[in-house]
Design a protein around this ligand. Sequence first.
Ligand SMILES: C[S@@+](CC[C@H](N)C(=O)[O-])C[C@H]1O[C@@H](n2cnc3c(N)ncnc32)[C@H](O)[C@@H]1O
Length: 161
Amino acid sequence: MLERFFEARRKIITESAFFEPLSHSIAKVIYNHVAKTNETIFMLDMGCGEGSHLSNICEIVSSNYYDSVVGVGIDISKEGITEASKNYTERIWTVADLANTPFKNQQFDVILNILSPSNYSEFNRLLKADGVVIKIVPQSDYLKELREHLLNNLTNKNILI
Ligand SMILES: C[S@@+](CC[C@H](N)C(=O)[O-])C[C@H]1O[C@@H](n2cnc3c(N)ncnc32)[C@H](O)[C@@H]1O
């Protein structure tokens, strides 16, 4: 069941252009905040789900801004990490709790936290001194059109929710 959820999410992210502006904005924030002298930047996605956001952002960052990027994604869901490792073999994927990760202190230039829970003391422990945390939080209009569309369809069929 969860496998199908993560597969569907990957399709939405990769087959529509819906999240492209977000990926490009995040890549720009990274370029503006992480030292250009870094030849390789180390990026960790905390609560990466099925990994498409991290993979897309790594592609944009490495083709436009930095020589190379090491992308690491963690999620507490085994199904999410299985889907990520099947589709994005060039990144590193780990099942872990973002409040208690298996990494040494101050390893990462960038921590991504996209629509996922946070643990700021763990983020702080893992981040290099000049690193940056990028947190994406949905606002009340997030996926409004989709919710309206689903609600209309349900109402038309006289289904009570
Ligand atoms: C709404 S999804 C967002 C996933 C992904 N960032 C995206 O935008 O497609 C929230 C994710 O947080 C993960 N998550 C929830 N609690 C977690 C924890 N304690 N440690 C790691 N991941 C967690 C869930 O398994 C889920 O994949």
